[in-house]
Design a protein around this ligand. Structure first.
Ligand code: SF4
Length: 387
């Protein structure tokens, strides 16, 4: 059975506030019955506060509306994110005064307050869920959609997967890319050839391993699977294959499942604001030009359906290529625009596939537009003769 995803278009018919995205957020909160669900709950409003001088994260105008809805419903809201993003969040307009509730580091100022969950996956044995995230009894997961160098797309899953874990687990999630062997030094014993392989990558994705000069270490983030290195590497010595790139997304799905397991059924809603979508994550500390047209605001009880709907909506428009930083290389124009941007192996849909397999929701959804854009009808044009 499909899940319902509520949607507010970024487009409007009339120049009126009630047709704009913050007003459509109100309609989505009504549809999700947020006020009716939070009485007596301690509500985590999980956002990504960004870093440094980024300005494309969710504007406090939206967050204040969510906070007010939670208060109206008798809930006790607080905003949380990882400590190094919360430190300095006021630079980007996030304070207790602007949001209407406290804003705290999710695992404490020392990043040491957590609950451990055993669930082996590749290099990860223990998932350390941020203490204040797990202590909350209800979660409003409100993500900003953007591109992501590790996996193509960052949305609702990534907001929980990375943002509700302590730094040690966040690093381990990134390290899942390196668990399966992609470099086989026995097939390339010659140092000169190794250096040629490293030099062949125009994106700096290949480096000599810090501890072992015979090892090549790959940075998966800048790799767009262009294949230049494979032309230089002896056969079989280096593997650049799609499944290596997917481990991050599978880890994100598991991480989300672990955090979600600490909330009782029905005690979470998920929303995504798909505006000013930048090439990379908000943690980079700056805002680049948008690489896609704004796609709107989305909300659902089902995180799988939600991220699927956002990806489908953003797949309908091509990249704004003139806004792509010139250091990035677009060499294959197939698949989702985030894949076109970050390389064909960074399929942004993998995370929802893994999430569905873990029972977090369904990729089948029905999209309900909370305020369809009115078509304005006009009489046919008259003819005014010049002069
Ligand atoms: S596939 Fe292309 S981007 Fe990736 S490591 Fe090889 S040369 Fe670099």
């Amino acid at each position: 059975m499909p899940s319902t995803v509520y949607f507010g278009s970024p487009r409007q018919a009339r120049l009126e506030a009630k047709e704009t995205l913050p007003a459509k957020l109100d309609l989505i909160l009504d549809q999700l019955h947020l006020r009716d669900r939070v009485k007596g709950e301690t509500v985590l409003l999980k956002i990504h506060t960004g870093n440094n001088i980024g300005y494309s994260t969710i504007n406090p105008v939206f967050l204040r509306k969510v906070v007010q809805a939670i208060k109206d419903g008798g809930g006790k809201p607080f905003v949380a994110d990882v400590w190094w993003d919360v430190a300095g969040a006021e630079t980007r307009g996030y304070t207790a005064e602007t949001l209407g509730c406290p804003i705290i580091p999710s695992a404490g100022v020392e990043d040491r307050y957590f609950y451990a969950h055993e669930r082996p996956y590749k290099n990860i044995k223990t998932w350390k869920v941020a203490g204040y995230a797990e202590d909350a009894t209800f979660m409003v997961n409100f993500a900003h959609a953007k591109g992501h160098p590790s996996c193509g797309y960052g949305g609702a899953f990534k907001n929980i997967a990375l943002g509700c874990m302590v730094g040690e687990t966040r690093s381990a999630i990134h390290d899942t890319h390196h668990y399966d062997r992609y470099w086989f030094p026995e097939l390339c014993p010659d140092a000169e050839t190794r250096q040629r392989i490293i030099d062949s990558c125009p994106h700096g994705a290949l480096v000599q391993d810090k501890h072992n000069p015979e090892e090549i270490h790959m940075h998966f983030e800048p790799c767009n699977a262009c294949g230049r290195c494979l032309k230089v590497a002896p056969p079989g010595s280096l593997k650049i294959e799609a499944p290596f790139f997917w481990t991050f997304q599978e880890a994100c799905a598991i991480s989300t499942a672990v955090t979600m397991s600490t909330f009782a059924p029905g005690k979470a809603v998920h929303m995504v604001l798909a505006t000013h979508m930048t090439p990379v994550c908000d943690c980079f500390g700056f805002t680049s030009m948008p690489i896609l047209p704004d796609a709107g605001i989305f909300g659902s009880d089902d995180i799988v359906a939600l991220d699927t709907a956002v990806l489908d909506a953003t797949s309908k428009t091509p990249l704004i290529e003139e806004n792509v930083p010139t250091s990035m290389e677009i060499w294959k124009r197939e698949g989702h625009p985030f894949q076109v941007l970050h390389g064909p192996f960074k399929d942004p849909y993998k995370v929802v596939e893994y999430g569905e397999a873990l029972g977090l929701g369904t990729r089948e959804y029905q999209l309900v537009d909370v305020l369809p854009v009115e078509k304005i009808s006009r009489p046919t044009l008259g003819y005014i003769k010049a002069n």
